[in-house]
Each structure stands twice: as structure tokens, then as C-alpha cells.
Design a protein around this ligand. Structure first.
Ligand code: CP
Length: 531
């Protein structure tokens, strides 16, 4: 095993995984853009490119494209060849994926073939690289291997961080590398378009961001990404069609179109495909309305039947997409150099730091009235036991009833007890109360579970008719480690239907919703639970 640890390369970025664009800090992204500029310059001047190259066959790159691709696959293939490293193209069509082999098993095996492995992966399933980063990290440690790097080459409708990198680099080029502001319109299928989702974080490279979202209602940007944009200080406006957009005066000089992802749309949306496509397709009569210097971009491919940027625009100055596509090769060559160890030693700035979600969410209340006459079991006051109060406070009566049943089921509280929906004295809001006489113990695990199913409730411990302890149960920063939870995105790697055994894990957002660690799907806390 020792030979695996003896690799001479020791770059600052080795072993890192780029699952989403924010896996690189803004300083790291800026470093990548500077290096890309230098590489392009050096190539143009025919300078020696050796300092950029890995030049080490101990590094093995694997291209694993389970979903079709032209640009991402070919530009990465050329990028890894540039580095003179071991290059493997994984044949997913004839692999044991088709015999229901798990991603985890496949990548464990591949990781043993090279002292250091770098994977570029495109899948329909979302969150694959995030899962593999964790799982293969554990595997490598157990086996004494070097932890591999994973690059997400586009996962379902989730993210496409390397497209984001080449897009931002292209915008910077158009902006003469000035980062003070950008005004950009995102046009098309913003619901399924992973490249526009990545922009919620990627555009942070600019100090002031005005972003106009142009999409019909059915294909609007998912709320989670809009909230992210606003939280990042972006000025966000929304329009339902290009026609509506150009009728107002503040039109962006950069337009970023996306393809209509008809293959990912359900029947209900597909029946309106023509109207939806028409609302985000540029028309000939609008050309003269475009101010000088305006550029259109597109991650490509365009749909040859329904191109949102029609082909008659190819030979006009609006065409920015051809140069944009070229940047895919250079930006990916630099990223491979960073993760492969040839670049990064001169990086100065803030590295990406995994956010630590620590919060005391089970708060012991020290000042309270010890006698609580309203806590009853049936018509009798509770003498000893537990009372959970303020369940779903402020919601409608029916919702609170359903909530109480859910709590009982999840916490296994089908014991002698009573419950009800009441109107609070002070503010007249409805709330649920669950009285559990003779239940003496409610341990920390149960309290954590309660926080994940009844946040902002209170827990009263009653002895001899007195409240002796009281806790306010807040929203937890993370929900994980419970058997009864799962991501509800059917395309997520952690969804039970895929049997990949990726442990469900959710982070709380500022709006008290919970996003899946793998696919970023936003959940109401109640929806995380399977019961
Ligand atoms: N833009 C992009 O990812 O293109 P491919 O699907 O051809 O890789």
C-alpha cells in the first residue's frame, strides 16, 4: 500500500471535489480565472507550457459520462491529454451499472488502479460527486490510499460547476476582467437548467450583480436559487417573456440563454411546449433594439428544432457563444492542473471552508411559571410526565391535527396520552398540545428528533403537578442520522429508489427550509419524513 502515498505531487487542491461552484471559494475561482488567462496568453505567444502540466502518469483521470455530452466530455478529454496523465474513458454503456452495480462499488474499484485518481462525472442522478467524495474519502482512509478528486460534469437539473467556470471566465473576458459589476439576463428553461442554477453562487465573483430572470411561470428559477441570489446581494428582477423584458428600458448587455429541456419536462408542461419555447426565443425583429456591444451566450447544445437563439444570429455581433465554448478547454485544463497538483502552490487567499453548522437549538428555559393548569390528560391535570406544547403554532386547525399525528408516529408516542388543538390565550393563535403522563424520560436523541419534526415547540417536564424543566425546541441546523428520513427528489442519489445507500442529510436554510446535501432540493421539514 505504501506506494500509493509516495506520490511526489502535493498541490494545495489535490483531493478536492467540485460538486457545485461554491466548492471553490471566490478567491480560488479568481485564481483559476487568472491562470486561464495566463495559459491562453502563453499558448498564443507559443511560450513553454510545461509549468502548467502535471506530466505524471501516477495521476489517472477517468471520464465517466453516464449521460450524453459533447462539449464537457471532449473539452475534458483534451484537457487531461494536455497534462500527459493516464487517461481513461469509462464505458458506461457496457459497464456493470447496467447490472445494478452501485456507484460506490464502481469507484472503489477504479480508485485502486492509480496512485491518485481524478474523476470527471456526468450523470442524470443528482449529487453523485458529493456522495462519492464522502464515501471514497472513507474508503481511501481505510485502504491507505490517496483520496481521489471528483468533478461534477453536470448532474441532472442540479448544477454544472465547470460550465459555470467557463461562463464566468467568458463574462470576465467581455468585461476586460473588471469585477465591479455585471448586469445579466438569464433566459429560457430556468427550472431545469443546471447551468443557471450554478449562477446563484458563481456570479458572486462580481461585486455588484443585477440579474434579470426571463422564463414563463412553468419554467421559473426554483425558489431556493432565487433566495440564494438575493441572500448574495444580487438585484433580481423577473419577466415572463423576452417580449415583456425588452418593453422596459433596463435591458442587460449580457444575455445567457438556456435550452428548453423538453426531455426533463412532465406531460403537463410538455403540452404547452410551443407557447413556452416561443416566450423565450429571440425574434428577428428585436435585433435593432439591441444596444451596441450586447452579447448572447449559451452553454450549448442548442435544440436544432427549437433553438432559443435562432441560427440566423450566428453571423451577427451578438454571437458570444462560439468563443464561450472555446473557453471550456482552457478553464478545464487549469482546473485539472489544480486538482492534479501542477497548479495551486502560488495560490494566496481564502480557501473554501466547509460551513460549520453549530447552534444550540435545544434551549433550556430558566424562567417560567412552574404550575401549568392547562396541561391535562383527558379532563385530569397532568401530575407527572411530559407535555409538548406550541405544536405548529399559528397554522390552521386541520394542519395542526395532522402535525400531531405525524409527531406521534415518528416519536413512537402511541401510548396512554391525550392531545388537542387549542387557542392560545395571549395571541389567539391555534397550537397543538400533546400530554404524555407517566412518561419520565425524553432523552437527547428524542429531543433532537422532536426538533426536526416539531420545531419551535416547547417541552415541559412535570413532576407532582409542577413544571420542573422547560425547553424551547428550535429548528436544528442539520437533520441526519434518522432512519425515517429521505430526500424527496426522485433524481437524487440519496433517494431510496436508487439503492445507493447515500445517507440522507439536510441543512437548514435562512428561510427555515431544509436542503438536501447532495441535490440541493428544498424541503419543508415535515416533508423530509417518510411517514
Ligand atoms: N454545455 C454542455 O455541458 O454541453 P454538453 O452537454 O455537450 O457537454
Amino acid at each position: 500500500m505504501k506506494k500509493y502515498q509516495d506520490l511526489s505531487l502535493n498541490g494545495k487542491f489535490m483531493g478536492r471535489t467540485i460538486s457545485v461552484i461554491s466548492d471553490l471559494s471566490p478567491d480560488e475561482q479568481w485564481y483559476l480565472y487568472n491562470k486561464t488567462y495566463q495559459l491562453k496568453e502563453a499558448e498564443q505567444k507559443k511560450d513553454d507550457l510545461t509549468p502548467y502540466k502535471i506530466n505524471d502518469t501516477n495521476v489517472g483521470a477517468y471520464l465517466v459520462f453516464v449521460e450524453s455530452s459533447t462539449r464537457t466530455k471532449e473539452s475534458f478529454l483534451n484537457a487531461v491529454k494536455f497534462h500527459n496523465i493516464k487517461t481513461n474513458i469509462f464505458d458506461s454503456a457496457s459497464s456493470s451499472f447496467n447490472k445494478k452495480e452501485s456507484y460506490s462499488d464502481t469507484f472503489r474499484m477504479l480508485t485502486t488502479y492509480s496512485p491518485y485518481s481524478l474523476y470527471i462525472i456526468r450523470t442524470k442522478l443528482e449529487g453523485v460527486t458529493r456522495w462519492l467524495d464522502y464515501d471514497l474519502g472513507q474508503f481511501s482512509e481505510r485502504m491507505g490510499l490517496r483520496k481521489p478528486s471528483f468533478i461534477n460534469g453536470g448532474d441532472g437539473k442540479h448544477e454544472h460547476p465547470t460550465q459555470e467556470i467557463l461562463d464566468e471566465y467568458t463574462f470576465l473576458e467581455q468585461n476586460n476582467f473588471k469585477r465591479d459589476r455585471i448586469h445579466i439576463a438569464l433566459v429560457g428553461d430556468l427550472f431545469h437548467g443546471r447551468t443557471v442554477h450554478s449562477k446563484a453562487e458563481g456570479l458572486k465573483i462580481f461585486k455588484h450583480v443585477d440579474v434579470d430572470l426571463i422564463a414563463p411561470d412553468e419554467l421559473t428559477m426554483p425558489p431556493h436559487y432565487k433566495r440564494k441570489m438575493k441572500a448574495n446581494g444580487f438585484n433580481v428582477r423577473e419577466f415572463e417573456s423576452i417580449e415583456e423584458y425588452i418593453a422596459q428600458s433596463q435591458v442587460a448587455p449580457i444575455w445567457y440563454f438556456t435550452r428548453m429541456q423538453l426531455e426533463r419536462m412532465g406531460e403537463d408542461v410538455l403540452q404547452h411546449a410551443e407557447r413556452l419555447t416561443d416566450s423565450v426565443t429571440f425574434r428577428r425583429e428585436w435585433i435593432e433594439k439591441m444596444t451596441e456591444g450586447t452579447k448572447f451566450y449559451h452553454p450549448l447544445p442548442r435544440n436544432r428544432e427549437y433553438p432559443t437563439i435562432p441560427f440566423f444570429l450566428d453571423k451577427t455581433p451578438l454571437n458570444g457563444w462560439d468563443l464561450q465554448a472555446m473557453n471550456g478547454y482552457y478553464t478545464r485544463a487549469i482546473l485539472v492542473g489544480m486538482l492534479g497538483g501542477s497548479l495551486g502552490d502560488d495560490f494566496e487567499g481564502e480557501h473554501f471552508i466547509q460551513e460549520i453548522h453549530k447552534k444550540n437549538y435545544i434551549e433550556e428555559i430558566t424562567k417560567f411559571d412552574s404550575v401549568k393548569k392547562e396541561f391535562k390528560i383527558g379532563t385530569k391535570p397532568v401530575e407527572n410526565g411530559i407535555v409538548i406544547d406550541h405544536i405548529g403554532k399559528g397554522e390552521d386547525i386541520k394542519t395542526i391535527w395532522e402535525h400531531i399525528y405525524k409527531i406521534r408516529k415518528i416519536l413512537g408516542l402511541n401510548i396512554v396520552s391525550s392531545h388537542g388543538v387549542y387557542q392560545a390565550h395571549k395571541d389567539k393563535l391555534y397550537k397543538g398540545v400533546l400530554s404524555l403522563p407517566d412518561l419520565e424520560k425524553f432523552d437527547l436523541i428524542k429531543m433532537k428528533k422532536l426538533s426536526a419534526i416539531a420545531p419551535e415547540s416547547t417541552l415541559n417536564i412535570i413532576k407532582d403537578s409542577l413544571v420542573i424543566k422547560k425547553y424551547r425546541i428550535h429548528f436544528p441546523p442539520k437533520i441526519y442520522d434518522f432512519d425515517e428520513i429521505s430526500c424527496k427528489n426522485p433524481d437524487c442519489i440519496s433517494h431510496p429508489a436508487h439503492h445507493e445507500n447515500a445517507t440522507p442529510f439536510f441543512y437548514k436554510t435562512e428561510s427555515n427550509t431544509f436542503i438536501c446535501k447532495y441535490c440541493d432540493k428544498d424541503h419543508n421539514y415535515k416533508d423530509i419524513w417518510d411517514t
